[in-house]
Design a protein around this ligand. Structure first.
Ligand SMILES: [Zn+2]
Length: 427
């Protein structure tokens, strides 16, 4: 297909690269990072024990606690003179995560981001307006590095500053917008308000960092005249944004399996889930120097998307992020994630996006009830049929039956907190 940045590897070629990268990473971490060396020794492992990709399952896990313990430069595996940059996460609880980068790490990252622009259909004639945070955060730096490496024109505006955003958008004729979904919506409304739609030349958006509903996406796509928009994924621990991107087929996120190995594990047992099932993303970097990751538990939930992608790209895919593994509940021995409930509700335009899960136990048996609300302005006439249809869809998706109750719009508490979304009355 003549891609400049996206690799085209057969399954064998990919496995070969992964094994070479895994061996290198384990050897590098063992030799240069006391924290890793200790973990390996505790398990009686030596770098030479990694002989095949199956040996990955024998390696110790790395967690956010390891990052905290090593603060401010966790998992540092190179001499300080080789560190050229640090970035940090916005971490809401406890110490923020700070990660170090060598020049090679920066180069790997810019290549990852260049792949994203290529997959989104950009050319060197595109003008890319970057409206995300700069500085300590990885977002701005990642989008800009990748854009320059890709060869398109960077318009680095940063977050906020709606006035300047809209001015640059119209005057410079940005064709690609990189922002959060809520920022895109704000800009769309501002463009509308100022009657600037005729001057906007946007074709596509690359959106990340926060979950958004299909409805929200439709609205800003329409208001900004976007032909397409793409979800981008990433995390500070693994360079930053750009660890994968949705393609034009919109059936999952292609991720760079030649640069990191993705395992999908049951967060309770830490064993692989069945193909296509939801589990926690556990990542192992394959060429990261300053702070290599070995089986890092991201706490993010997703599933692998099976089969070949309609876009023709031979890079594996995972689904969008479906929530956090900390939110998992176990009902009748089945792992249930609130994000799955939200996903099912999203298929019913008759419903709002609010829901509440109530768990009870009667004579030792678990029962799950899900309270949902009618969408704004919907009449209550079809509640019974609606509840039945939602219940069937949930049973199919969650593999657990749920008693669904349809309530009036606005009846449920508005919150993102798990504590109020899930009422566990089983104790
Ligand atoms: Zn694809």
């Amino acid at each position: 297909m003549g891609h400049r940045f996206l690799p085209d590897l057969s399954a064998d070629e990919l496995a070969e690269r992964q094994l070479a990268g895994l061996k290198w990473t384990v050897g590098h971490a063992f030799a240069n990072c006391p924290a890793y060396e200790r973990k390996f020794r505790e398990m009686g492992l030596r770098p030479g024990d990694v002989k095949s990709l199956d040996d990955l399952a024998r390696l110790p896990f790395t967690s956010v606690e390891d990052l905290r313990e090593g603060y401010p430069l966790p998992l540092l595996s190179v001499p300080e003179e080789d560190v050229v940059r640090i970035h940090g996460s916005s971490g809401t609880t406890g110490k923020r995560k700070i990660l170090a980068y060598t020049q090679k790490d920066i180069d790997t990252w810019k290549g990852m981001m260049a792949r994203c622009y290529e997959l989104a259909g950009c050319t060197r004639l595109d003008r890319v307006q970057i409206c995300v945070g700069y500085g300590l955060w990885t977002a701005g730096a990642g989008f800009q590095l990748g854009c320059e490496h890709f060869g398109a024109m960077t318009l680095p505006v940063g977050p906020g500053m709606l006035d300047i955003q809209v001015q640059i958008l119209a005057d410079l004729g940005a064709t690609t917008l990189c922002s959060t979904a809520s920022m895109a919506l704000l800009m769309a409304e501002e463009v509308e308000k100022r009657g600037l739609r005729g001057k906007v030349r946007l074709q596509r958006g690359i959106f990340g960092a926060e979950p958004h509903t299909p409805k929200m996406r439709e609205r800003f796509e329409e208001l900004l005249g976007l032909k397409d928009s793409f979800d981008i994924v990433g995390m500070t621990e693994l360079y930053g944004p750009g660890t994968g991107l949705e393609c034009a087929a919109h059936d999952g996120v292609h991720y760079w399996a030649d640069l990191y190995i993705l395992e999908i594990l049951d967060p309770e047992t830490l064993r692989p889930v069945a193909p296509g099932e939801i589990g926690e993303m556990v990542v192992t970097s394959l060429c990261k120097e300053a702070a290599p990751l070995i089986r890092y538990r991201t706490r993010d939930l997703t599933r692998l998307v099976e089969g070949d992608c309609a876009c023709g790209l031979r890079l594996p895919r995972h689904d969008k992020i479906l929530g956090r593994s900390d939110d998992m509940i176990i009902v009748r021995g089945v792992n249930v994630y609130p994000g799955q409930v939200a996903e099912v509700l999203g298929r019913f335009p008759e419903l709002s996006s609010e829901y509440q899960i109530v768990l009870t136990r009667v004579e030792g048996k678990d029962y799950m009830a899900v309270n949902v609300e009618r969408a704004e302005g919907r009449a209550s006439g079809g509640d019974e049929a609606l509840a039945k249809a939602v219940g069937q869809a949930m049973q199919k998706s969650l593999l657990v039956s749920a008693a669904v109750k349809v309530m009036d719009h606005g009846e449920l508490p508005r919150t993102f907190a798990k504590s109020r979304r899930v009422l566990d009355e089983r104790q």
